[in-house]
Design a protein around this ligand. Structure first.
Ligand SMILES: [Zn+2]
Length: 415
């Protein structure tokens, strides 16, 4: 319902911003600028001593009533920028929660497209997204626009690797892990420690999940706790053990609660732990992380289950202790990845590039039925279904053999 306001200060405001204002005939209050009603010049409407038609934003009233957030916290959320890496089960849940909470800018990066097997747990997506094979980042952006049109959502359809991770985190206040593999998490840890960016680790498989918040310089980093990646095949994956939605929402709830605490500045309420939950076995474990700062490594508390006491800030940690960024600085990166739970392999070009999808589709028409939308081209060859994105990545479904996948890529895409 529209109300009239007198806005007294001379200053620039932007869409979504919460500003103090005088409500005509009703005293002072806080309002959110609705750009649909505000004349905009060069994206930055200038408001001065005028009466505007604005809309009282009741959307966040229950959240504002929650005293640790309040009006001030809500404004901080509105001005915050968050990167969500991966938009599968965890990432989609993160995105929905933060969009509903009013986080002003979300950058969502994902390399994949929506499939029917995603719909059991990936809450932002619907059947038509899977039918159209929309990239997850794009489908997420579309859905989030329906949930909260006041925030900005940036969809990035790309593989996260050491050539782009630093530019992806640039300008973001916080990074949320929504990925499904340790390779990217170690890369994320490198980049965030290097740039002093807080990130929130989260992982789920089967009915088990884990999360911890990494504040570079203040808490242990991922490699303080897990100094080496698990050997291939040694840990269960979504491919071998499946995954159920309740553990996804549980871990995402903890990650996003931490994100909101961080964004509103309530550092004292962070859980300061490696949290592990098995939602099916009813096993909840909180392993307190010590050493909130390098000068505060006071040892172990309720953590005897970690025999090697890795839950402390580790001055010998290769990443946050020695500042050697193995994953970020790697020169020979394997751009082939077997995808979790997909019977599929991704091939990425070794250097950033783009491909003309229309030309590719025309060339392939002679050898296969080709389907395309503005984001991708899909065709079949050798019993595999091959999807090619505009950044020249391909996902080859129907094989878990990287050699076969590379061969098909070379034959049909030819970069
Ligand atoms: Zn570390």
């Amino acid at each position: 319902m529209p109300y009239f306001f007198a806005y007294n200060d001379r200053q620039f405001v932007r869409r979504g911003q919460i500003v103090a204002a005088t409500v005509v005939g009703a005293g002072q209050g806080t309002i959110r600028v609705n750009s649909n009603r505000v004349g905009s010049r060069h994206g930055s409407p200038r408001i001065s001593c005028v009466i505007l038609v604005l809309v009282i934003d009741e959307r966040y009233s229950r959240q504002i009533l929650f005293s640790p957030i309040g009006r001030e916290g809500q404004e901080k959320l509105s001005n915050a920028r968050v990167l969500i890496v991966g938009c599968g089960a965890l990432g989609a849940s993160h995105a929905e929660t933060l969009a509903r909470a009013g986080v002003g800018h979300l950058r969502i990066v994902d390399r994949d497209f929506v499939e029917f097997t995603n719909l059991q747990r990936q809450t932002l997506f619907k059947e038509s997204d899977a039918s159209e094979r929309l990239p997850k980042a794009v489908a997420a952006k579309n859905r989030l626009a329906e949930i909260n049109s006041e925030i900005e959502v940036e969809a990035v359809v790309a593989d996260v690797n050491n050539s782009n991770i630093e530019s992806l985190i640039a300008g973001c206040d916080l990074v949320l892990d929504g990925t499904d593999n340790f390779q990217i998490r170690y890369l994320l840890n490198d980049a965030c420690v290097k740039h002093g960016r807080t990130w929130i680790y989260g992982a789920v498989v089967s009915s088990y999940g884990a999360t911890m918040t990494v504040i570079p310089g203040e808490t242990p980093c991922l490699r303080c706790i897990f100094d080496e990646m698990p050997d291939a095949g040694s840990a269960p994956t979504c491919d071998t053990a499946g995954v159920i939605m309740p553990i996804v929402t549980s871990i995402s709830a903890i990650q996003t609660a931490e994100a909101i605490k961080l964004l509103v500045g309530d550092m004292a309420s962070l859980h300061g732990s490696l949290l592990q939950i098995d939602i099916w076995q009813n096993d909840w474990r909180k392993i307190k992380l010590s050493g909130r700062s390098p000068h505060d490594s006071k040892g172990i508390s309720d953590s005897e289950s970690l025999h090697d006491h890795k839950n402390v800030f580790n001055p010998d940690c290769i990443t946050c202790g020695k500042h050697i960024y193995e994953f970020l600085d790697a020169e020979n990166v394997d751009f082939t990845a077997v995808l979790c739970g997909r019977d599929a392999v991704q091939i990425a070009p070794p250097k950033p590039t783009t491909i003309d999808l229309k030309t590719l589709a025309a060339n392939l028409a002679a050898v296969s039925e080709v389907k395309q939308n503005e984001y991708l081209v899909r065709f079949s060859a050798n019993g595999c279904e091959i999807t090619v994105f505009a950044d020249a990545r391909a996902i080859i479904k129907g094989t878990d053999d990287p050699t076969e996948a590379r061969s098909l890529y070379a034959r049909f895409i030819g970069l």
